[in-house]
Design a protein around this ligand. Structure first.
Ligand code: ATP
Ligand code: MG
Length: 564
């Protein structure tokens, strides 16, 4: 997909249209200021990448700025490890917050002052009901809530209690600060929402300074306001919180950014929630946050995805007001198209079966020329050794081949890629009847893969010379879940974890052509007929480890959901 630069104005998404209208009408004096506001409670996933591309992208396209702000109001769940991983992932995606790195916790003092201001204005009060009673008092969407008995506390009493909450004089749960809005409001969230809770916990940045912590709702809009954000772009589930966002800005009389909601990115066969990804990590269903099966940015990176392919998916799916699920195939196609153009071809046998070339002259060996990338003539060619013993893929031979199987079988001839025609005349089996070795003859006249007499073969196999092969571990990945929507469970007693795919990881003891000895970290190539691969961080010069990024072709997609 091309970048947004080439999209005609009237095809821009609705968020960009709003930004353009605002620039035209001078609503914000032509200023465009966005932010990406992650909570540091886990690693970023590809859904966050969509938000990053949108916020940083809009700032870039309209001469604006995008801040990185950690929304760190929930000390129990947050950690510096997450802060650092989030920064690394955003940089890897190709975006830069320059000197605009902020933390909501930097605003705790200001937020506290504003809370006192709201108490003084009779717009906030200390409520001492237990949490369950507060919840019950909210009412239902069809029934109004009931006023807290503490709603009419005097300003003096409220200020005194609130200051003592801050000073750490109370236990958790004894009091909360609530906004005084309307217990009968049709929007439930506006029925006197909680602004502050007592929490006797250490914060990863403010340490033990604070004994009270502001809620997300009381923090987010004001943080936007402090930073002079113009367009506060968030996902659709925040739509119902917008009235509260607006209420705080209005009642504090501060700069009031416009909240705009867009649709989340969802993918089939996976989950997109830090809370659940954390469970997968903690319960050992994956090897860590960067497990190549996860939709985390670090997992995709380790899997071999490029930043460009992740960004182009985000452009491809677009920005709308409707939630939908994108087929995983759409993501895979982004990287397939890119790697097909950019990476070289190599030969690797993932499930080796030995072939002895019985008529190959004793003591002889030779090198053959192999083209590096048929899509890119500039990539040139390399030499691959050929000798009396080679490996082919076990699945490329059948003792009793069915009609549609065109590869090797007894008495059949096939082409070895870049090499010769070979014909099978014998099989060696072990005591259990498993084939352990094939015996073939080769035709020296077919060097390079063509017969001078014009005879044809129906299959071309990849292979590796046994005497020169490099032993490697190759990891093949499948979907983490067996169902398109892991949340779909047969009955209520089940959990999405029951849908985990037991064969999502397959480890192969592979044989590689010698040009792949001691591959560098970050190296990517296509293994002919087997897919696109990259070197894993576990790789050593003695034992290379490769991950399959994706197969060569998209699997047959039965039911196409929304593809963006
Ligand atoms: P999660 O449920 O995975 O924890 P979150 O929304 O709680 O996601 P935050 O760290 O609060 O995570 O999100 C930072 C920003 O990323 C928010 O503005 C949020 O709207 C956006 N975001 C999160 N998930 C997605 C998604 N799937 N698609 C697009 N944007 C997303
Ligand atoms: Mg969140």
């Amino acid at each position: 997909m091309s970048g947004t630069d080439s999209v005609p104005s009237d095809h821009r998404d609705f968020v960009r249209q709003i930004v353009e209208d605002d620039i035209r009408t001078g609503k914000w004096q032509g200023i465009v200021k966005t932010r990406f506001p992650p909570e540091p409670n886990g690693y970023l996933h590809i859904g966050h990448a969509k938000s990053i591309c949108l916020n940083f992208g809009i700032a870039q396209e309209y001469g604006g700025k995008c801040n990185l702000r950690f929304d760190d109001t929930n000390p129990e769940k947050e950690d510096v490890e997450y802060v650092e991983s989030i920064k690394a992932d955003i940089r890897w995606l190709g975006f830069d917050w320059e000197d605009r790195l902020f933390f909501a916790s930097d605003y705790f003092e200001q937020l506290y002052k504003w809370a006192e201001q709201l108490i003084n204005d009779d717009r906030a009060y200390v409520c001492s009901l237990p949490l369950e009673d507060i919840r019950a008092g909210r009412g239902t969407p069809s029934q109004p809530g009931t006023d807290s008995p503490h709603r009419s506390r005097s300003t003096e009493e409220n200020l005194d209690l609130f200051r003592r909450m801050k000073a750490g004089e109370f236990e958790e749960g004894e009091h909360v600060l609530r906004a005084k809005i309307d217990m009968g409001h049709k929007v439930m969230l506006l029925r006197d929402p909680i602004m502050y809770r007592i929490r006797n916990v250490t914060h990863h940045r403010t340490g033990d300074t604070w004994r009270i912590y502001p809620t997300y709702d009381y923090t987010h809009g004001q943080s936007d306001s402090i930073e002079g954000i113009t367009h506060s772009i968030c996902t659709l589930e925040f739509e119902n919180r917008r009235p509260l966002y607006d209420w705080f800005c209005e009642n504090l009389g501060i700069h009031h950014p416009q909240q705009i909601e867009f649709n989340r990115l969802n993918l089939t066969y996976t989950l997109m929630s830090k809370r659940r990804l954390l469970r997968l990590v903690n319960e050992g269903h994956v090897t860590g946050w960067d497990d190549p099966r996860l939709p985390t940015i670090s997992g995709l990176r380790r899997r071999g995805y490029t930043a460009e392919s992740v960004r182009s998916l985000c452009t491809h799916v677009g920005v709308t007001k409707h939630n939908a699920t994108t087929d995983m195939v759409v993501l895979e196609n982004q990287i397939r198209e890119e790697l097909n153009r950019t990476v070289e071809r190599r030969m690797a046998v993932l499930d080796p079966l030995k072939v002895v070339i019985t008529n190959y002259p004793e003591g002889q060996s030779e090198t053959l020329e192999a083209v590096n990338n048929p899509e890119d003539p500039a990539a040139g060619s390399r030499n691959v050794p050929f000798g009396p013993e080679i490996y082919i893929e076990r699945e490329d031979f059948m003792e009793d081949p069915p009609r549609k199987f065109f590869r090797l079988g007894p008495g059949r001839e096939v082409r070895l890629r870049w090499a010769y025609f070979v014909k099978c005349h014998d099989m060696v089996k072990d005591a259990d009847g498993n084939i352990t070795e094939l015996h073939c003859t080769y035709d020296p006249e077919t060097k390079g893969g063509n017969a001078p007499d014009g005879r044809k073969v129906k299959a071309t196999l990849h292979w590796v010379s046994a005497g020169d092969a490099i032993d490697a571990e190759v990891r093949l990945y499948d979907h983490l879940f067996v169902t398109e929507d892991p949340d779909e469970v047969a009955d209520e007693s089940q959990d999405w974890q029951n849908n985990l795919n037991p064969t999502s990881l397959q480890v192969m003891a592979a044989k590689l052509e010698p040009s792949l000895s001691a591959p560098a970290q970050g190296y990517r190539c296509q293994f002919e007929r087997k897919g696109y691969f990259c070197v894993d961080q576990d790789s050593t010069p003695e034992k290379p480890v490769f991950n399959r990024t994706t197969t060569l072709k998209a699997p047959w997609v039965k039911k196409k959901k929304q593809t963006g």
